[in-house]
Design a protein around this ligand. Sequence first.
Ligand SMILES: Nc1ncnc2c1ncn2[C@@H]1O[C@H](COP(=O)(O)OP(=O)(O)OP(=O)(O)O)[C@@H](O)[C@H]1O
Ligand SMILES: [Mg+2]
Length: 110
Amino acid sequence: MSNPKLTLATDRNQLEQVIINAKDALQNAEEKEITLSAYQDDQNTFITIEDTGSGIPEEVQKRIFIPFFTTKPTGSGIGLSLSKQIVNLLGGSIKVTTQKQIGTKFYLVF
Ligand SMILES: Nc1ncnc2c1ncn2[C@@H]1O[C@H](COP(=O)(O)OP(=O)(O)OP(=O)(O)O)[C@@H](O)[C@H]1O
Ligand SMILES: [Mg+2]
């Protein structure tokens, strides 16, 4: 059930990093869409950020949370590694599913 008052004590910057990445991934995509959702069950709060972008190749996916790993010409590779650290500090986890040329979905679970 959607809850308009759902709140979560989190760091807005880590969410922002995931959204910026989603936007980057849309650059050469035909369909450009980013979908955000937040929901809660008895135990957890879920935030999802889904894009219709390039997807992440398998060999890249293994490394996206490593500090300074980037595939972007001017990237620093800090975004996701820092996001993961902060989410973990808050007792949460961050997961990703992705399909080439279809898109990527990040899950933040608290
Ligand atoms: N939504 C996504 N779609 C496709 N690839 C992604 C997505 N999110 C992350 N990636 C991949 O993960 C890599 C690491 O992301 P991360 O945010 O850590 O660094 P970055 O975006 O390259 O640089 P920055 O430090 O500026 O954020 C990216 O370079 C990109 O290859
Ligand atoms: Mg980034």
